[in-house]
Design a protein around this ligand. Sequence first.
Ligand SMILES: [Fe+2]
Ligand SMILES: [Fe+2]
Length: 535
Amino acid sequence: MTASSEATDQAQAQSQAQSQADDGPDAARILVVDDEKVIREILSEFLSLEGYSVRACEDGEKALVELRLRPYDLVISDLKMPRVSGLQLLEKITEENINVLTVIMTGFGTVESAIEAMKKGAYDYILKPFKVEEVIHVVQRGLYRQQLQAENIRLREALTIYKVSEAIATSLEVDHILDVILRAAIDEVDADVATLHLQDPKTGAYEERTKKVNQHHEVSLPGGLPTPSFVLLTEQFTAGAPVMAHGLKASRYFTESQPAEHVVSYGSVPLTVGGRVIGALNVFSFTRGKKFDEGHRKMLAVLASRAATAIDNARLWDDLRHTNDDLRTANVSLEENFQTTVSGFSQALEESDVYTRGHSERVATYAEIIARGLTLPEPEILRIVKAGLMHDIGKIGIRYDMLNKPGKLTPEEVRVFRTHPEKGKRILDPVPCLHGLIDGCWCHHEFWDGGGYPRGLKGHEIPLVGRIVAIADAYDAMTSDRAYRRALPHHVALGEIDRCAGTQFDPELSGAFAKVLEAWRDEMRRRGEESLIPR
Ligand SMILES: [Fe+2]
Ligand SMILES: [Fe+2]
């Protein structure tokens, strides 16, 4: 085993976990719903033999409880059942936005009832009596389609977040960033209008900061756009409840000055800075049948968090500029922008990710300890610290549920994970003042013996900052809890780094790290900061 370069460590921890699991976490989950015991048994048996993870219920009511309890990929349901029928089950699934594919079985020999079910959102139907192969074929086709859809959504999410991150990287103009975010909001949820409202820090009043209209839709709003009432929104946000309302129910979120009867669907997510709501990202649909759902809300929440960071950074910078005229000199402004961009970036990454929270900062700390131990010049030390903060910035386009997946990473996921050094470089490339940080992002997964990635550099071909961050990164990854394993003790982590000196890590730096780290731990203990030291 190599020391914990995250991907390999993760893959190994997961392959062990996988072999212990019964069905394996990747088996598609199917729920069979039929009041006839024989049918439940036949389907359960055959589908299990095909490798699916199957459960069965005898009526729609029980099925609904089961569907609320755990995620399923597909439901095969009889139409005619006591209490809650197949059609009613379908209606409930749509109403509650449960993300599952439904296949209906009908025993009447009438295609009409099957068609009725398809109109209500069923994916396919099976006529009873059925052949088992036929059922398996329908299931396979349905799951394949669903998988394609999921891939497509994931790709779009990653791309949008990547685009937004790139806008933040290439532009320090808050207006431009907000523009990109609103456009992404419109595209992602197919809204007719999106607005961003902000609270004026002085007066407390909420004002529309910017608005975008979907270019592909024609919407006429005779009474103008309804104005969100922020007293109500903030109440809802602080209660932790999302704001997603359709039709007349939406009108309670608007002030009364404008008519709201044209609103088909309305969604709003908070912009939060330091735990305080500073504004909201709103989307409106005036198109019949176009409602926002939970997936849309999640996407909006990610965009809103990026917007909040950009605004927060811009405000800090504005305050600074207004309080001190000397800071207007080009050099200082560049340096300030640089600082806020760096911290904004690492914040954006960590906010979304509970397991790696604090990772960038700790890697920066360990990298600084090593750099100081080498008695490098002060500007070089500062550059290494910032490179430590930014080293994983390329992960910003990778879905964080994949980064922290407790199950096994598929070869495709490992491939995606391994793109993060290259992506980090691409994010920083367009920003001249961030060029000094590229090596830290690009080269922290290279191995001393040439076995690393992305370029397979060897020995001193790997820039010093890359070799330093590699050690800092591995030490922190090993001594922190992750989704797939608990933290390793300090001495075990250090032993791993020593064992991999000369293969994964620069041997000289590994030796130096053990010494300077010990001195740092002593110093932290003296200062009473034991909580910062891995046990
Ligand atoms: Fe990394
Ligand atoms: Fe890392």
